[in-house]
Design a protein around this ligand. Sequence first.
Ligand code: NAP
Length: 306
Amino acid sequence: MPRILDGNRVRDEIKSELRPRVEALAAKGRPPGLAVVLVGQDPASQIYVRNKIKTCHDLGIYSESITPPDSISTAELLAIVEGLNARPEIDGILVQLPLPRQVDAKRILLAIAPAKDVDGFHPCNVGALVAGLPAPRACTPAGIIQLLKRGGIAISGQRAVIVGRSDIVGKPAAMLLLHEHATVTICHSKTPDLPAVCREADILVAAIGRAAMLTRDFIREGATVIDVGTNYLKDREQVARIFRNSAAKLASFDQKGSVLVGDVDPIDVVERAGAYTPVPGGVGPLTIAMLMTNTVASAERRLGVC
Ligand code: NAP
């Protein structure tokens, strides 16, 4: 049986390491502070934001959520961001994506002070990532590195193949793996013979957004497979096909109306991989843990603790 890289366990480990750092900051004057801006009423975004705020409470990090209406203009949202940039007790600013169509999302993300950009999306922080300088790192890719390291998976000298080249996951994950001395290949929708490239991977990262796309033909026997995908299946036949008529999954679908699956075939990965991240319970829990890490590190830098 392959090893399961348990995201919930690694998240809890990271949280318990953050607690004394938060306490030390609070003792020095104030706890770290995170502001989350959630525009509109998107239910998925509301759940993500609620979980982030809840984790802040749990760790003793000061948090506030700002919830302007869907009709907000770019200028109004810029004013909110600039107000947060100016507040000394706020160390991290997160503007939950997606933003409504009338808002210029690029302008908003550029307006966040790089030192408070705990998502790691600002071009200054992307540049710092490329240069290997300390700065907030994109949370999901940083979480992947934690899963590998804390799961005892060697990275140095290994062949890493990443499927997906988004600014949020694929590109920063590639850069972080390169800094860890992997030999990195980035694939995308125009990559010819994707299964053959993926089969070269000692570490295969799937960040595609296509349910169970990477089947056994893509996985070298014994490879480590990191599945970033979060796809909600809403078609019962698709659930039955992907989960090979699993009674438990079909019952869950009948109860909830959807079932979560990653970008990797959930049955094939168990049969082929040496280690893998389950969905749910793999990469997902690390994203919030790394957001908290970035917020604490930002407070430490701003308060001159490190
Ligand atoms: P994205 O911006 O849509 O990027 C998807 C990437 O996959 C693109 O580079 C695209 O190639 C590539 N791709 C699409 N179809 C392909 C195909 N048939 N063959 C090869 N490559 C293909 O997505 P993302 O934001 O990176 O997210 C990817 C997945 O991760 C989604 O399911 C998302 O929900 C999930 N996610 C999870 C977390 C978490 O915390 N667990 C965080 C972030 C994202 P092109 O560039 O050529 O179009």
